[in-house]
Ligand binder design. Structure first.
Ligand SMILES: [Zn+2]
Length: 272
């Protein structure tokens, strides 16, 4: 066998425990250690060789679509998969020539120069391991935290970007937010009068990455390698959640999660 290209090398954990997890891709994403696929057939966004996009760059525009809820004009960036009604504060996605309402929430921001990035928050059943609560996550990911009372009652959710970034970065962002579980303080609806990054990655593609995220966060790695192939993940429900990122010179920073997204990453993603 020829050596396969390494698609992804995730740097996981804090500086104390740095672990590298190599992956490579053909039609599926493979764990290079196990040499076996860990996803189904990959979404187009993971095709690293594809780099064409004929859409115009950014900018919000009005499109001639009326809100099914109130008849107001829906708004959305040209490349957005989700349309926003600023009148009745709802979010819609086109599906089979109809508009379907997307349940939406956001983490409020204290102000400052903020960009809200959209994420899919996904509830899923996971077989073979206990991963139903935040307390379970602490065990599964071996987080350096002591589970506190009540954490058994906080439901575990997967978080995946609802926007395009490069594959290796996509995984890193999804894992970082999943490990953080920003479920507290969420408010209903989308953030009003705020700068929203368009939804450019559909839920279907986000669902394809759940197992990859789990593979990325599971500890110890040996256990992950033993269990991953047999684990099945079935999505049950999802909502769209906007998280605030503070704009800095070269990056957008989510201070509570210690997560930074380089502006180039978002800009280049237009060509993915
Ligand atoms: Zn409306």
């Amino acid at each position: 066998d020829l050596p396969k290209p390494i698609l992804h090398q995730a740097r996981i954990g804090e500086s104390i425990s740095m672990i590298y997890a190599p992956f490579y891709a053909d039609s599926k994403l493979h764990d290079a250690i196990l040499n076996q696929p860990i996803t189904g057939v990959l979404p187009d966004d993971f095709n690293v060789t594809k780099a064409s996009d004929d859409r115009a760059p950014g900018g919000t525009l009005f499109i001639p679509t009326l809100c099914p809820g109130c008849g107001w004009d829906l708004e959305g960036a040209k490349d957005s998969l989700a349309l926003v009604c600023t009148n009745c504060e709802t979010v819609w996605k086109p599906k089979h020539n109809e508009l379907t309402k997307i349940s939406t929430a956001h983490l409020p921001s204290d102000g400052g120069k903020v960009l809200f990035l959209p994420f899919w928050r996904i509830k899923a059943d996971v077989t073979d391991i206990a991963l139903e609560s935040y307390a379970d996550l602490i065990r599964v990911a071996n987080l350096p935290k002591v589970a506190q009372k009540g954490w058994d009652n906080i439901g575990f959710r997967f978080w995946e970007p609802a926007f395009k970034v490069r594959p290796r970065f996509f995984l890193r962002v999804g894992s970082a937010v999943t490990l953080n579980q920003p479920t507290r303080k969420l408010q209903h609806g989308f953030p009003k009068k705020a700068r929203l990054h368009p939804v450019t990655l559909p839920i279907g593609e986000a669902l394809e990455t759940l197992k990859l995220t789990l593979a990325d966060i599971m500890r110890p790695r040996k256990l992950m390698r033993e269990k991953l192939a047999s684990i099945q993940i079935t999505a049950r429900a999802y909502i769209l959640v906007y998280l605030p990122f503070v704009e800095k010179h070269h990056e957008f920073v989510q201070p509570e999660m210690n997560l930074a997204i380089n502006k180039n990453q978002l800009a280049l993603a237009k060509h993915l």
